[in-house]
Design a protein around this ligand. Structure first.
Ligand SMILES: C[S@@+](CC[C@H](N)C(=O)[O-])C[C@H]1O[C@@H](n2cnc3c(N)ncnc32)[C@H](O)[C@@H]1O
Length: 263
């Protein structure tokens, strides 16, 4: 369903749409693997949900995935009994998601829209979710306020993105496929961290330090349930995306936030 209001897209949304359309072919293989996995997994080191136990019981819930990409998380929410809707800014990513829906015989609505301006009514979902979708590509105030608006009272939002620490330690280089892009040194100030851009990358991402994120969540009206800092599991040394496993054994590479709209 194409609901994209192009005239309302801001500069970073235009850049992210264009960048993700161009990058979509590179996410087909990973999406295919994740659609076929035996259980949902979290983040770049693919920690299984059976270990982390971060998902609530979603059976019977109306769920929305904000920045669903290939929609493998929505597929898992459907398999767990939820009624998911996937939203994404990139029509190419949604084409991949639709292809996997056909291959797996698992249908749910896919909407072409920005998570900063979702064309759906207030209080229409019990559960909102983002794994590296709106959680990092959207301006925090804009998408979190939208998630709050979309949730019914008592509804929960869970989102995963990079940790502040991994971005503080990332070098001024193109991040993807660079073996030593993250090291043990702080490369930039934490104060003022908000919008992140990298040389030669069209996309723009966002990240707030923990204190500012907590203040923003509370200002919007969310109650904080938990913040889980992800540690990579033991294993052979390798770099996932831009993070070496040895780095992520010592420091958190990702955060999972769970917050609730008061009942
Ligand atoms: C790394 S993917 C994450 C999604 C999913 N977990 C996956 O791996 O396929 C990031 C997605 O966020 C989407 N995105 C970026 N900005 C967005 C926005 N403003 N609204 C909705 N989706 C957005 C991109 O198009 C992309 O599909």
């Amino acid at each position: 369903m194409d609901e994209l209001d192009v005239d309302r897209l801001r500069e970073h949304e235009l850049r992210n749409r264009s960048g993700w359309n161009a990058d979509a072919p590179n996410w087909v293989e990973g999406g295919r693997r994740n659609w076929a996995s035996s259980e949902p997994t979290w983040g770049m080191f693919e920690l299984p949900e059976s270990e982390l136990k971060l998902l609530p019981d979603v059976d019977g819930l109306d769920a929305i995935e904000l920045g669903c990409g290939t929609a493998y998380w929505s597929a898992w929410l459907a398999r767990l009994g939820a009624r998911p809707v996937g939203i994404d800014l990139s029509e190419r990513q949604l084409e991949t998601a639709a292809m996997f829906q056909s291959e797996h015989g698992l249908q749910f609505p896919l909407i072409h829209a920005s998570a900063e301006n979702v064309p759906l009514p207030d209080e229409s979902f019990d559960f909102a979710f983002s794994e590296y979708g709106a959680a990092i590509w959207c301006e925090p105030q804009a998408w979190l306020a939208e998630a709050y608006r979309l949730l019914r009272p008592g509804g929960r939002l869970i989102f995963l993105g990079n940790s502040p620490l991994v971005m503080l330690c990332a070098k001024e280089t193109e991040l993807d496929e660079v073996e030593d892009a993250v090291g043990p040194q702080l490369m930039r100030p934490q104060f003022g961290m908000h919008r992140l851009e990298w040389p030669n990358e069209e996309e723009v991402s966002f990240l707030l330090p923990h204190g500012e994120m907590i203040a923003l969540l509370q200002q919007i009206g969310f109650e904080l349930e938990s913040l889980t800092e992800i540690q990579a599991p033991e294993g052979a040394e390798e770099t996932r995306y831009f993070v070496p496993r040895s780095w992520a054994r010592k420091w958190p590479c990702e955060d999972v936030w769970s917050v609730r709209k008061a009942a």
